[in-house]
Design a protein around this ligand. Structure first.
Ligand code: ADP
Length: 485
């Protein structure tokens, strides 16, 4: 087991249920491996429906007391959790890099981003205001109160093992909800470490439960159990649709942050170097394994050749390697299936006439390392236009007019993030207004922040995370018609 933490007690190989660290009923475990070298890092319990049910019951037992705490008290506990995350940033970043593969600097960046949601919602906890509406009848008062939805479930993916948890659990706990977290099987260690820190911060037993193991069995219980009133999921559209279906019989509130197919549009009047900086960020962060990662570069004819040349040049400078090695910009992909998809997308594009301007193949390091790749002259019938690659491949498509760019950008069932590089203010507004996406970066390649609402339209999901609306997703509205006074 090749990981050495400053605080070894953050490496947990048990689930957190009702304040107890427990194994699976069956005693079975799942191996957690480092995608950079396939080394075994730890074994975590392979929990299923029964353990999940107990976690839900623990959350239900903890709910009345947690819901009744003053917002100020919840806020103080969450603030302590934020402080603990920052104090333990080295260990958390190393856990993320070890089980997920991203460069350590990005792991640290993720811890800061993850912690920012806890800080933000610690503050928002105190601003859950109701409303008094002018009465419609004499002698009556109309009050609107906000109340926590109850027990929530959070099912999270492997690409951001810390941030996807805090973006859900942060507002949940701040609102007065208790919950059950189910991390991706590839990245349970970060989630368990967060569970340990949540305990240390003073979250009472049962407020934070973390179950690891069989996605189908755990997800089945989380969605079917009527005690769970809210499900927040980040992952593929396919699994999101399945979970929505499973939530339908018990009419749960849901937030769904699903797949994307982000266009990155560069107009002739864009600042070339600014566009390249934004493109490098939007494309290669996390080796392209981000749901808001640029997936289709749409570049206007006048700037096309210069953009391709500079993008290829910068891409070729990126160092590929293990995330713990100094100076590495591109870590391994999560697994062999991810590499196969990248290879399939490149082969398909090339077979339809695209040319490789940088990279294009598996990296000499072997395993799931892949060369960051730029493709130009990609035809619109290429698979990579229609599907999310989730890897370090930048396919460039050429266009001529603004209308064409908007039509191409919107020609996808997805609508999460889009990027636009241009200087003309009129054009920027027209294009932003024409884009059917939940988030648009204008001359910006890094748009994620806890202060802004994150989420998509169309097949990219339902609801928003972060910002003030992020906490609304965990609140019910109760209207009181108060008469006889
Ligand atoms: P990814 O491609 O990011 O792995 P998935 O949608 O497959 O996306 O998985 C995201 C999360 O959903 C992970 O935690 C995974 O374990 C979980 N998951 C996958 N299948 C199911 C399922 N049938 N029910 C519940 N959760 C699932």
């Amino acid at each position: 087991m090749d990981i050495s933490l400053k605080d070894p007690s953050l490496l947990r190989s048990a689930m957190l249920i009702g304040g107890q660290w427990v194994q699976a009923d069956s005693g079975e475990t799942l191996d957690v491996r480092n995608p950079a070298n396939d080394a075994l890092i730890a074994r975590v319990p392979k929990g299923g429906a029964a353990e999940t049910r107990r976690a839900i019951e623990a959350a239900e037992r903890a709910l009345p007391a947690w819901r009744a705490t003053l917002a100020k008290e919840r806020s103080a506990i969450l603030r302590r959790l934020y402080d603990l995350m920052i104090e333990n940033i080295d260990d958390l970043a190393l856990l993320i890099t070890s089980e997920q593969g991203k460069p350590l600097a990005e792991g640290r960046g993720e811890v800061l981003y993850a912690a920012s949601f806890i800080e933000w919602f610690a503050e928002e906890a105190k601003r859950i205001n109701g409303e008094i509406i002018p009465q419609n009848l004499p002698g009556r008062r109309i009050l609107v109160q906000k109340a926590p939805v109850g027990v929530f479930a959070a099912i999270t993916p492997w690409n951001f093992p810390a941030a996807m948890i805090t973006r859900k659990a942060g507002p949940g706990w701040a609102a007065g909800c208790t919950g059950v977290i189910k991390p991706a099987s590839q990245t349970p260690l970060t989630a368990l470490a967060l569970g340990a820190l949540a305990e240390r911060a003073g979250l009472p037993a049962g407020v934070c439960n973390v179950v690891t193991g069989s996605a189908g069995a755990i997800g089945g219980e989380l969605t079917a159990n009527p005690t769970v009133r809210k499900l927040s999921f980040t992952g593929s559209t396919e699994i999101g649709a399945l979970l929505l279906e499973q939530c339908a019989p018990t009419i749960k509130r849901t937030s769904m942050e699903l797949g994307g197919n982000a266009p990155f549009i560069v107009f002739d009047d864009a600042d070339l170097e600014g566009a390249i900086r934004a493109a490098m960020m939007a494309k290669y962060r996390n080796s392209g394994q981000s749901c808001i990662g640029a997936n289709r570069f749409l570049v206007q004819s006048g700037i096309h050749d210069a953009f391709v040349a500079r993008l290829a040049e910068e891409t070729a400078k990126l160092t590929v390697g293990e995330g713990t090695t100094e100076g590495v910009a591109i870590g391994p992909l999560i697994d062999a299936a991810a590499v196969a998809k990248v290879e399939e997308h490149i082969a398909d594009a090339v077979s339809k006439g695209a040319t490789i301007a940088a990279g294009g193949a598996r990296h000499a390091l072997g395993g799931s390392f892949f060369e960051p790749t730029v493709l130009s002259g990609v035809p619109r019938n290429a698979l990579i236009f229609a599907e999310e690659t989730f890897g370090p491949v930048a396919p460039v498509f050429r266009f001529d007019t603004e209308e064409e760019a908007i039509a191409l950008a919107n020609d996808t069932p997805f609508g999460l993030a889009a990027y636009v590089c241009a200087r003309d203010a009129g054009r920027i507004f027209r294009v932003v207004e024409g884009l059917e996406f939940g988030m648009v970066g204008v001359n910006e390649g890094l748009i994620s922040t806890e202060v802004a609402p994150f989420g998509g339209v169309k097949a990219s999901g339902l609801g928003r995370e972060g910002a003030h609306v992020g906490i609304e997703e965990y609140l019910e509205t109760k209207y009181v018609a108060l008469g006889g006074i």
